[in-house]
Design a protein around this ligand. Structure first.
Ligand SMILES: Cc1ncc(C[n+]2csc(CCOP(=O)(O)OP(=O)(O)O)c2C)c(N)n1
Ligand SMILES: [Mg+2]
Length: 367
């Protein structure tokens, strides 16, 4: 090759071409990859539909409860269910270690053994929200942007060293990929062949900042190239495509090392309840994404097969209503949080300064 052959424009555009977007069900619910579809049981698809319906309704209810002041600081996940449920259903909750973000809390309730009460008090910063039984293999949902992948990496390296046949999995927002922590994590993961799978939930925004303002990279998947790890892009509104891609990645990661998956998705609601998305995105854009909705897509497919109905959907909505009501009643019975509760839950082995603080606050709380 000669220096005169160098074409910078071609080089940079070729990166994006490397990453086509995989899909199994198109926006109307038509199968575009029959072989992939045949590998998934009806039973699993119905469960997927039920769980995503649960999430969508719970999301709606929790938004209402926020507006009534019963719950605070909630990051809605409506729109992102295909990515969250597709990915987590491909994991093994008894074996795999999960590092979720704040937006994945409700999927952890449905699929990972977290109590709904823990999700309800999570926004209040209650210690209960981050203290799980040993059987729940997960880190507390992380608010630190870029924080989940380094956490999962630690577990993933340990799993490789011990030659265990399971993985550590992290979700990461698109903004995570603009943080140094994320690059460091995937770089180390590659070097140590860590049993790590990371799904980037690319919902196009970090609060109000669009992806195009965060990076010049045309895809986020291409960030895996520099780490020397395989990366793919998947339609994050297609739960089956996400499920099968993560399943395949999990198998690969156990034998070989890390995989990075960029899922193209969208959040319909605000970033959190204190955000006004109309200030940075148009109604047309939201409506375009709503057309890609995972519930409509999978619902159409399952209805055509006689496996889904409006009655079933209504039943689930009623269940959610009852579950939320019962959990609010449990929440009302919780003792108010004390400073010592926070201090006592900070370390497994308490350092001297924390012990001293516990003593000081215990005395105050007794009065
Ligand atoms: C290290 C760090 N910087 C800034 C913030 C404030 N913050 C909270 S969420 C958020 C945007 C995250 O966007 P993204 O990673 O795309 O996830 P999404 O909210 O879209 O799910 C920011 C900047 C934070 N929590 N942590
Ligand atoms: Mg985002």
């Amino acid at each position: 090759m000669k220096i005169s052959d160098i074409n910078f424009k071609e080089i940079v555009s070729s990166y994006a071409d490397e990453f086509p977007t995989y899909q199994v069900l198109d926006e109307k619910g038509n199968v575009v990859d029959q072989e992939a579809m045949d590998s998934v049981s009806d039973e699993l698809l119905v469960k997927m539909m039920e769980d995503m319906t649960w999430n969508r309704e719970m999301d709606r209810r929790v938004i209402l409860l926020n507006r009534q002041g019963a719950l605070i600081n909630f990051p809605p996940s409506g729109g992102q269910e295909a990515t969250q449920y597709g990915a987590m259903m491909a994991l093994d909750p008894k074996e795999d270690v999960l590092a979720p973000t704040y937006r994945d809390v409700y999927a952890c309730v449905k699929l990972w053994g977290v109590d709904l009460l823990q999700a309800f008090v999570w926004g209040k910063g209650h210690v209960l929200s981050g203290t799980y039984p040993k059987a729940v293999n997960m880190y507390a949902p992380n608010v630190v942007v870029g924080g989940t992948t380094p956490q999962a990496l630690g577990s993933a390296i340990a799993l490789r060293f011990r030659n265990e046949k399971r993985i550590a999995f992290s979700f990461a927002g698109d903004s995570s990929t603009s943080q140094g922590d994320f690059y460091e994590a995937i770089n180390f993961a590659g070097a140590y062949k860590a049993n790590l799978v990371t799904v980037i939930e690319n919902n196009k925004y970090g609060i109000s900042v669009p992806v195009e303002h965060q990076t010049a990279a045309k895809t986020l998947a291409q960030k895996g190239v520099a780490a020397g790890i395989p990366a793919v892009r998947v339609d994050g509104m297609d739960p089956i495509a996400v499920y099968l891609t993560v399943k395949k990645a999990r198998e690969y990661a156990i034998d070989n090392g890390p995989v990075l998956i960029e899922a193209l998705t969208y959040r319909y609601g605000p970033h959190t309840m204190s955000d006004d998305p109309t200030r940075y995105r148009t109604e047309e854009e939201v409506n375009e994404w709503r057309k890609k909705d995972p519930l409509i897509r999978l619902g159409n497919y399952l209805t055509a097969k006689g496996l889904w109905s409006e009655e079933r959907e209504a039943e689930i909505k009623e269940e959610v209503k009852a579950e939320a009501k019962e959990t609010l009643a449990r929440m009302a019975k919780l003792e108010p949080l004390k400073v010592t509760d926070l201090l006592k839950n900070m370390y497994a082995v308490q350092p001297q300064n924390i012990k001293e603080q516990i003593e000081i606050y215990s005395a105050k709380e007794e009065n």
